[in-house]
Design a protein around this ligand. Sequence first.
Ligand code: ADP
Length: 884
Amino acid sequence: MTADGIVGEFLALKSETDADLLAMQCGDFYEFFAEDAEFVGDELDLKVSEKSSHGSTYPMAGVPVDDLTPYLKALVERGYRVAVADQYETEDGHAREITRVVTPGTLLETTDPAAQFLASIVVVDGRYGLALADVTTGEFLVTTTDAAADVLAELHRFDPVEVLPGPTVDATGDLLTRVRDRTDASITDYDEAAFAPGRAERTLREQFGDTALESVGLDDRAGVAAAGAALAYVKETGVGVLDAMTRLQAYDPGDHLDLDATTQRNLELTETMHGDREGSLLGTVDHTVTSAGRRRLREWLTRPRRDRTVIDRRLDSVDALASAALARDRVREVLDDAYDLERLAARASSGSADATDLLSVRDTLAVLPALADAVADSRLADSPLSDIVDRPDRETAAALLAELDSALSEDPPKTVTEGGLFRRGYDADLDDLLDRYEDAREWLDGLAEREKARTGITHLQVDRNKTDGYYIQVGKSETDDVPEEYREIKTLKNSRRYTTDELEEREREILRLEEARGDLEYDLFRDLRDRVAAHAECLQAVGRTLATVDALASLATHAASHDWCRPEVVDPGPLVVEAGRHPVVETTTDFVPNDVDLRDDRGFLLVTGPNMSGKSTYMRQAALIVLLAQAGSFVPARAATVGVVDGIYTRVGALDELAGGRSTFMVEMQELSNILHSATEESLVVLDEVGRGTATYDGISIAWATTEYIHNEIGCKCLFATHYHELTALADHLPRVANVHVAVAGDDGGDEDITFLRTIEEGPTDRSYGVHVADLAGVPKPVVDRSRDVLDRLREERAIEARGAETSDGGENGTTQAVFDLSAGGFREEADEATAESDGGGLDPATEAVLSELEDTSLAETSPVDLMARVREWQERLPEKGEK
Ligand code: ADP
């Protein structure tokens, strides 16, 4: 089907773009036609009408030009890409062209204060390049890495809204599938050519100048390709913020604490497992007063640092702010007047900033000197805050502030073409126009009185409306007295309207002046906006300073109100926490503080205790204290020494993976595998149950081997909660493993009601609580009793061999063998003599166990029937000949 006329034009434009929808300007409306009309009709509840065009009819839906933004926003936030075709005047009428494609990653009109990243990923020569651009603030980051897992972790941190995968990204595995699984980002197939390193490099050089790549240290082709493609996309979609993209920052993920995507979720950093902000770490500690400050705080919590000097600097500021309550309040009060300067700079660059936005720029620029004063005149003067407020170019900022101050009137109209934007004295031409305008107005204002005096007519007034323009209105009773030069233009019921040559002349002049004033003000406004845009870099620097101080003040506020302490950060060092609390749980519960003691000789804690006793809370608390410290925050504890770690890796019971179609156990093992591959000696690993998702013997074997591997091979700090009580015996054998347990009242065996004390104590729990909890939960008695029997039998029958750590004195290939015999309840070194005595064969554990029971059996105390039963059981337990 072909279509002519307006619908034909629509369809032709639509075929030029790969956007999902097209909004085409037709005079005062943006229209959607055909399928697009039906679609937006459904999605946005717009009225769909019929448009006849050259003999056919098409669905049509439209929105007024001034109302497009909210509709665009709604469509784009649902993941659609919308092309916008604007109408412009030509010599013979008008024409239309696509001026912008609005996509999730290039939506400038967002009202969500969170960063809005567009990510592009490429693989070049086996390396991954990842670029992240936030068009709303001009932030532009790039990094490279060898590992797909790093890309995934970074994506999780930045939580992009749109991802551009380069042409070969998916050839390297299931990265894209995992991106899709893990984020709500829209995935956009973008022009493959833009990712070619040569072309990408040209794009970057055009934007940042010839030396820019060298100066950011971007010598990596993957990084160049990713950043170039992202920039090309921003350019091509026409959002118009290139001027606000003032710098490209190459970063090394190694500067930041490694937090894999799972850990970020498990620790509920920015949202809870259920997706709520409230109840997350960020939701709890956020007391920022500006949206830019909130973005900064989020960045800190998702990207804690590894460099002790950076961390200490932040802590110095938080410390100063936390202990100077008055100064802190003053700082926060001052900041309260600040708007989002980074965003305003982007809006100025794109030409979408209106007069109110420029006023916001002005008001926010005024915050900087006020903030500097608040710092200088207080106990904060000697803190690093003084440097922070000095970072922006204060002179440039002050000059721009002065210009905006002298330019903009206090209460400017919302539309920039209306007039009334500028103050007197700002522009001589404008002043001249205004003088003449005011003269004309004065003449008009006095006209009624003058005419009344001159003609003696009492019911005479001067007014203006749309159809008649200016007129003199005279009451019916006096119309006979009107002077000759009055020309009647309209008769009403009780009056007549007249005009005169002079009035007409003045009217024309006023209209001319109004138009000239609107035009001139609009030009002046655009000039001013361009000058503001040209200062984007300065505005961004001021914005960053305000955001940073806001985030620091927020951390200090929380620290002061929740009695947090400054951690002593050491590198390297132990994790020793005195009376620590969980930062989120402590705000809703009467929290029982706990100590954490992870040092060299006990870097691996096995945490045991019944279900619901507080094991995972304890371990997360430890992880969050490390994370907070490395973010530069105080921590919930009486005192804490935090050795810097390079990464935190966690595995906790996976709730929601089943829905994703992957079996829980498979996910559990994938996560475990990732941890065992990624963690280094300097990491912190938190394992909340391993091997639960499979049969007991499988599970305990995996937990056992995992403990050995982490202890012997990785050697990192580790907290491992397990319900395999049997593992606790490992502490006797692996030198760095220590047992702690959650104390329980009523441990003496008379146990009808267990009370969780929540305190962590040294040593293992002395029994397994599973069956007991089943009992408490009301599981029928025969089942509980039988469980006890089965448990006892299982314990008797299992014997496990433990693999020891490398001996530091370089002894025998480094490993010692031991046998864990559950029936005897402990370890025994594998006896060398035994090995020697039995022709180098040695006895297998099952035979040994039978022999020892045989030895222990007292003939005098055992009935013949029991004895027979026992002998039969021993026979069954002895290995078949040759089986060994
Ligand atoms: P587990 O991992 O042992 O099953 P959890 O850590 O999930 O137990 O804790 C169970 C409940 O106890 C949670 O509701 C938690 O809020 C609460 N809790 C845990 N530790 C403490 C504590 N130290 N003080 C107070 N309540 C706690």
